[in-house]
Design a protein around this ligand. Sequence first.
Ligand code: NAP
Length: 251
Amino acid sequence: MLNINLAGLKAVVTGGSRGIGRGIVLTLADCGADVAIIYAHNSEAALEVRGEVEKRGRKGLALKCNVSREEDVVRTLENVYSEFGRIDILVNNAGINRDTLMLRMTPENWDEVIETNLKGSFLLTKQAAKYMMQNKFGRIVNISSIVGITGNVGQANYVASKAGIIGLTKTTAIEFASRNITANAIAPGFIETDMTKKLPDRIRGEFLKRVLRRRIGTPEDVANVVAFLVSPLASYITGDVIVVDGGLSLG
Ligand code: NAP
């Protein structure tokens, strides 16, 4: 377990029901935070994660909310605030992909990914910052992707959303600096989750050959960096992007 103390802090993690988000929720709870898990469809998975948070002696909330809809986001954060009394940490992790080559990509493919990944992060940041400003404290971590820095074939919509998240992060850091709110992004590489399980073995093998650490990443590899970024250890870091890719982008 990480030797990071987040006792008393209240966190919101979007897409906290599965994959990387699940790992982030459990790591924050292990460090002492109460955590609200936001999900879109799969209530069973969200309730399982809430149970794991409660097993750790922390308060957990499981809230269904489409992050791309403003009215959902406003209502959901009002619920979190009324249950927790404050919001200290926001992790914008919810994300989807609709991969295909640009010539085959439809405007609907484009909009769906941008709306969930980028607009969703904006809406959550805007609402959470209102609560964070009241306490003059906030820690925001946005989950981008290594492809938001490098680009990638078949992912124009996803890459644009993840590059946009980096711009959003830097602007959030600037606009809310005077309120003691930091904002940073993490750019994961190839992490074992439902999103990557659907890739054919051949593509997975190709990726793995390029990873200098010679293994696929785990949700915990990302979650540990989130815990660091929201902890007092990282109070002098804002507007930055931390790559967590095992060296994939160098391989
Ligand atoms: P995942 O296993 O597919 O899980 C996605 C999560 O997002 C689920 O909890 C899902 O909830 C939620 N979600 C999707 N659309 C939503 C919406 N409109 N509103 C609210 N929640 C929504 O994904 P993952 O692989 O853990 O990825 C998590 C994040 O890391 C994403 O932003 C992804 O782009 C990024 N990332 C992943 C990798 C990787 O290799 N896996 C690499 C770089 C970056 P439901 O299950 O209820 O739909």
